[in-house]
Ligand binder design. Structure first.
Ligand SMILES: Nc1ncnc2c1ncn2[C@@H]1O[C@H](COP(=O)(O)OP(=O)(O)O)[C@@H](O)[C@H]1O
Ligand SMILES: [Mg+2]
Length: 191
């Protein structure tokens, strides 16, 4: 089941995670509970700013997309926090895909370390694309590889990939990927 509560009640999970403190996890849960009231009138950038004021984390914010704000944990990992319903789904989906996909494609997914309600911790990689034409060719090959192993790589583009120390391309945003057609992302897109 997805850890989504539609903002109706607070969910407190036991803290089996090691990278975030109990207080930090509580702050994220409280943000997830609050974020619903802003969702119709704030842009993703404004949402990221409200989230950061609410969370008051010591970490540096290194980016945001349409659905998540990203902090550098300064230990080789980054923390993604949901800014929207799709952000919640994306975090849960990334954890599920990383843990359930075939070995042959897992190496192309940026590794997930820990996750909980509204957040996920992922390895930090270099996101600079130095040669877009060359990388675009790699991206198309990657697209085909995912399809061959039963994953539909929705929203796979250069903005959503990074590079390991060995310069291997890995996907950093696979929140919208799907392994089956009754997946919550597709349900959300269709309904
Ligand atoms: N694993 C990562 N390593 C380094 N930077 C990252 C990583 N994941 C995300 N980022 C940064 O955060 C930004 C937003 O993350 P992303 O997962 O694409 O969020 P969204 O789901 O909102 O699009 C990325 O464009 C990138 O700059
Ligand atoms: Mg993205």
């Amino acid at each position: 089941m997805l850890p989504i509560n539609n903002g109706k009640e607070r969910i407190h999970q036991p803290n089996n995670n090691k990278m975030l403190s109990k207080q930090e996890i509580k702050a994220i849960e409280s943000w997830v509970f609050k974020m619903w009231k802003y969702r119709f009138y704030k842009t993703p950038r404004q949402m990221a700013s409200v989230a950061s004021k609410t969370l008051k984390f010591k970490y540096k914010m290194i980016g945001n997309g349409l659905n998540r704000v990203v902090y550098d944990l300064n230990n080789g990992y980054i923390l993604k926090i949901a800014l929207s319903e799709l952000g919640l789904i994306s975090n849960a989906n990334e954890a599920s895909i990383y843990n359930n996909c075939k070995e042959e494609v897992r190496k192309y997914l940026c590794p997930i370390k820990e996750h909980g309600t509204g957040w996920i911790i992922m390895k930090k990689v270099d996101t600079k694309v130095s040669n877009p034409i060359k990388e675009y060719t790699k991206l198309i090959k990657l697209d085909l590889k995912f399809l061959r192993y039963g994953i539909i790589p929705i929203d796979l583009r250069l903005d959503n990939v990074g590079f390991t120390e060995n310069n291997e391309m890995v996907v950093i945003d696979y929140g919208l990927f799907t392994m089956n057609l009754i997946n919550p992302v597709l349900r959300w897109l269709v309904l």
